[in-house]
Design a protein around this ligand. Structure first.
Ligand SMILES: [Ca+2]
Length: 294
């Protein structure tokens, strides 16, 4: 079939003008994950427990990530305290501490409620198992104490609050009440798409960073190009045999992509265990040149 060159040129210019004038054909931008991310939390603060002397308080939770990195509690101090506040993590109510983080109770803000961070060396935890966050104070009395805020209803379904009035010898469980807490962690398999860019040669480059604690072996990649005309097909797939260590990055490329018109470029990467990440960007495909918006 014979095609009029001028008609093609006019068509391409027309397409380009539409793309230039209408700036919104476009994707959601990057979906990034941090190295350490929020795992479990309860942030409703309607009641509280006051911790001093022999009064200790526990909140339980179940992690969904294999590595626990830090815990934050919503606290306020009342009065003067010279002793230390200790966060103790247990995997059994009466068990030995897995972690103990101690800080001067005077570090807790006396003017306002605040999220206080208890940082520790990362530990491996069991997904779905119940862990106990215990908070205790070395001193204090009825007028000098640390207040741990919480919810009077069951706002965190995977855990509960418990209080001891005798230094942890016996505990009263409040199954429909929860303290305010946040846990942070790292997934065993996790990664982010660090960039997606086009250029000449009709190539689309992308980067992957391993943000988990395990090695990424095999990564399934699928590139979908949604545009007016694609001479080489809309979908490309490949398997990347990576052996990518934690913290390491790699670059890969899909090529060639030939066609023209405004384009939406979607890259989806998936691991054997189903962990997946997706990035979607707008751009313009001009035969052998693909422009992808930053
Ligand atoms: Ca609960």
């Amino acid at each position: 079939m014979k095609i009029n060159n001028r008609a093609i040129a006019v068509f391409l210019i027309f397409i380009f003008l539409i793309w230039a004038i209408i700036p919104s054909i476009i994707g959601d931008g990057d979906k990034h994950l941090n190295q350490d991310k929020l795992d479990q939390e309860q942030t409703i603060a309607t009641i509280y427990e006051d911790i001093y002397d022999e009064i200790q308080v526990i909140q339980t939770f179940k992690p969904s990530l294999t590595t626990l990195t830090r815990i934050q509690l919503f606290l306020k101090r009342y009065g003067d305290l010279s002793g230390n506040l200790s966060l103790i993590l247990l995997d059994n109510l009466m068990g030995y501490p897995i972690i103990q983080v101690t800080k001067p109770a005077s570090d807790i803000d006396i003017y306002q409620r605040d999220w206080i961070e208890f940082d520790f060396n990362d530990i491996e935890v069991e997904i779905g198992k119940t862990y106990f966050i215990k908070l205790k104070l070395g001193d204090g009395d009825l007028y000098n104490y640390v207040r741990w805020h919480g919810s009077e209803i069951n706002t965190y379904l995977d855990g509960y609050k418990a209080v001891s009035n005798n230094n942890g010898s016996t505990w009263i469980q409040y199954l429909s009440s929860d303290c305010c807490f946040r846990t942070y962690g790292v997934a065993f398999h996790d990664f982010e798409i660090t960039y997606l860019k086009g250029g000449s040669g009709a190539k689309i480059e992308f980067g992957i960073k391993n943000t988990g604690v395990g090695v990424l072996d095999r990564i399934y990649a699928e590139l979908n190009l949604n545009t007016l005309i694609t001479l080489t097909g809309n979908t490309n797939t490949k398997i990347i045999n990576a052996s990518l260590q934690p913290g390491e990055s790699l670059n890969d490329v899909f090529s060639p992509v030939i066609g023209f018109g405004p384009a939406t470029i979607t890259l989806k990467l998936e691991l054997d265990d189903g962990t997946d990440r997706e990035i979607k960007k707008g751009g313009f495909l001009f035969l052998f040149y693909i422009y992808i918006k930053p």
